[in-house]
Design a protein around this ligand. Structure first.
Ligand code: MRU
Length: 343
């Protein structure tokens, strides 16, 4: 069984190649970017998506900016302007801002070879994420011994990360230990990250998957077929409240009703230590046209659309938060939330 089926981002040493996830699974096409504003557009348009992958792409975007400007007099101002453009690309995934902060810190060191310094930092962010995924995979799989089924939501695999995946990494590791584990994936409307990306990634990896309509989740839980729901995260507050793909909150509520456990898997770069709880997490609302049938997407239509693409699951509905630094069980019952993960 292969574990690294696809790479969302390829750093060539000069350019960033981005797999256009909008065209998957039918078409496997990479676009080549040589400047930061191109990378910002690739993030905004969701050619690359998934919180850790967004952060990694932005880091390489800063490298492209330095590459383009470092020989000019005011290169510092130009690069910081590009960082602002990258920061505007999507609001919810904190990995974006975490990665840009790291790149800013390297720039502020004023190294003699600034290009080498920022390049090394971006590559390290990429490789560290992949290594964190592998650790989370094993930690998460430890919680799944002897179970029969899991369900996941959205896409949290190699496409969404530096490689291997967060929630999907746990599923990969769990299936490696237990070939009988049944894996269900929700289609994840309206963008179909589950139907188009997760089902494809798992099938490329030789892991059988059953795709369900999002609206079938309650009935699936009622049937007794799944023991755990396993999801990723875009931003986790210090008390464990978790922003993730729209529909995650409904799954957590349903899981409680049906006695199904609920696992969030994310690297610590997804934790926003500045937020005590999830109340102030900015939730991205995307264009209604991603949701509306084309016939309603007209100037004088009486049908409009509301398209929030994330929601916040309260810590009280979460059974485990798995990171590369360890696992917190029942975060709402911990006096200090998830602060013990901070290193
Ligand atoms: O809008 P997307 O596709 O970027 O949303 C992705 C998710 O919500 C993922 O669950 C999250 O980013 C974790 S990816 C490891």
């Amino acid at each position: 069984m292969t574990t690294e089926i696809v790479q969302a981002l390829i750093w060539t040493g000069k350019n960033l190649d981005v797999l256009d996830q909008r065209q998957l699974p039918e078409i496997r096409h990479y676009d080549t970017y040589s400047d930061a504003s191109g990378v910002a557009e690739a993030i905004k348009s969701m050619r690359v998506r998934g919180a850790p992958a967004i952060g990694i792409a932005a880091a390489y975007g800063v490298v492209l900016s330095v590459q383009r400007h470092f020989e000019s007099k005011n290169y510092y101002d130009s690069v910081f302007a590009d960082i602002e453009i990258l920061a505007q690309s999507r609001p919810t995934a904190v990995n974006l801002f975490w990665a840009l902060d790291k790149m800013r810190a390297v720039l502020n060191e004023k190294n003699d070879d600034v290009l080498a310094a920022v390049t090394n930092c971006a590559i390290k962010i990429h490789l560290d994420d992949k290594a964190a995924n592998k650790r989370m995979g094993e930690f998460g799989a430890d919680l799944l011994l002897g179970i029969k089924g899991v369900m996941t939501h959205c896409n949290t695999g190699s496409l969404a990360t530096g490689g291997y995946g967060t929630a999907l990494g746990v599923i990969r590791s769990a299936v490696a230990r237990n070939k009988q584990l049944n894996v269900f994936a929700g289609e994840t409307r309206p963008w179909l990250q589950g139907a188009r990306l997760t089902a494809w990634e798992l099938s490329q990896d030789g892991i059988p998957t059953t795709l369900i309509a999002d609206s079938a989740a309650a009935w699936l839980m009622k049937s007794g077929a799944i023991d755990w729901i396993i999801v990723g995260a875009d931003r986790i507050a210090a008390n464990g409240d978790t922003a993730n793909k729209i529909g995650t909150y409904s799954l957590a509520v349903l899981a409680k009703q049906h006695g199904v456990k609920f696992m969030v898997v994310a690297p610590t770069s997804t934790i926003d230590w500045s937020l005590e709880n999830g109340d102030n997490i900015e939730i991205e609302c995307r264009e209604p046209c991603e949701l509306l049938p084309a016939c309603y997407d007209t100037a004088n239509s009486l049908v409009s659309g509301w398209n929030p693409v994330f929601d916040v699951t309260p810590a009280a509905l979460i059974s485990a938060i798995v990171t590369e630094n360890g696992v917190i069980l029942n975060p709402a019952e911990q006096e200090n939330g998830i602060r013990s993960l901070q290193k």
